[in-house]
Design a protein around this ligand. Structure first.
Ligand code: NAD
Length: 332
């Protein structure tokens, strides 16, 4: 259903139906870790709401899912305030839309900019706070400003350093995920025990991190790729690609596949390479993220209430996502 042929009144009515529907699906996905619909269904309905709100900006409401990072902190956990919010990412589904993103960046900057291309890891965002090089707190993204304190759970994950190689005070952000092999093993075990299986590795990772007993988290074989910091000034590097190298030097696990692209043709090559290699990876990815490589430029471009202006996620086509879920259901 395209919104093009709708009158404003019809668009308003549709928006008022989409908002509660998306909010309820979001709560099942983010808060209960139990999605009620395929991501592609959610994305399609979300895109309709974005289209309506783009055409009629006065129809935007403060409680619209387009204005809020999904997720609510569970009451079982203490709350953590992210002084620098943890954002979502704008997403696109085609090369044309990637090119439109690049055009917007070039227009804002006045010249072409290099991008760091990264895999979009299918897990959930975490933030790790280090004071003088010691891990003191770990949290979920939550609604972007208020997350859950899951320090004890995160301390059980082998890829997360308790101590950095330098005594930095810094908030490091990235993705916690469940490798495909751990996911299949976990679901097989749960199935044998008559317990409900997890819909996908992302939900399994989220459910495993939000446990009251850290021993359960420890048994779930989670891993991490870190890719961001709340404030880059404690680092020596001033590029996104350099940030990944510096995080690795500090002791974090970073994803080794990133590549700097100086033209959109190189971005498309990266997209093609990893669309092809997706199934062979030992962890799930749901797309590619391209980020302006200059950290000062990222800072200068800033963000909307929900997404940075200097990055975009290219999402893989839904048919593939569907097949992936079916394959996994087959295996378990
Ligand atoms: P998102 O997950 O699409 O993108 C933002 C996130 O990408 C970041 O928070 C970060 O955690 C992650 N990420 C992974 N690799 C990254 C990298 N290299 N660099 C930067 N970030 C990286 O956005 P979202 O708003 O959290 O969630 C929207 C997604 O959730 C959509 O895919 C949607 O389909 C799905 N969803 C599904 C349902 C459902 O009912 N099935 C409901 C709500 C949301």
């Amino acid at each position: 259903q395209s919104i093009d042929g709708l009158t404003k009144a019809e668009a308003e009515k549709l928006a008022s139906e989409l908002r509660p529907k998306l909010t309820a699906w979001g709560a099942a996905y983010y808060t209960s870790d139990a999605p009620e619909v395929e991501d592609s269904v959610y994305d399609r309905e979300y895109a309709k709401l974005v289209a309506i709100e783009t055409k009629y900006p006065d129809l935007v409401t403060a409680d619209s899912p387009t204005q809020n990072v999904g997720g609510t902190a569970l009451t079982e956990f203490s709350k953590v305030t992210h002084e620098i919010p943890m954002l979502s990412l704008g997403d696109v589904f085609s090369r044309d839309e990637l090119a439109e993103f690049d055009a917007r960046v070039r227009e804002a900057v006045g010249e072409p900019v290099p991008y760091n291309c990264e895999l979009k890891i299918d897990g959930l965002a975490i933030s790790l706070r280090y004071v003088a090089g010691e891990l003191v707190q770990g949290s979920t993204r939550g609604n972007g400003v208020i997350g859950e304190d899951i320090t004890q759970n995160l301390k059980t994950i082998p890829s997360i350093p308790q101590k950095l190689s330098r005594p930095l005070t810094i908030d490091v952000r990235g993705e916690c995920y469940m490798p495909k092999a751990s996911f299949i093993e976990l679901n097989e075990r749960r199935d044998a025990e008559g317990k409900p299986v997890f819909a996908n590795p992302r939900n399994a990772a989220a459910g495993s991190l939000r446990q009251l007993d850290p021993r359960v988290t420890a048994s779930r074989k989670l891993s991490t790729f870190m890719y961001n910091v709340a404030d880059y000034t404690p680092l020596t590097t001033r590029t996104q690609s350099g940030l990944l190298t510096e995080l690795a030097e500090l002791g974090f696990t970073t994803n080794p596949t990133n590549r700097v692209a100086t033209t959109m043709a190189e971005v498309y090559d990266y997209v093609d390479d990893y669309t092809g290699q997706r199934d062979a990876l030992s962890y799930g990815i749901d797309g590619i993220v391209i980020k302006a490589n200059s950290l000062p430029l990222q800072h200068e471009m800033g963000a909307t209430v929900k997404v940075p202006r200097w990055a975009i996620a290219y999402k893989f086509p839904p048919e593939e996502a569907q097949t992936k879920v079916l394959d996994i259901e087959w295996t378990v």
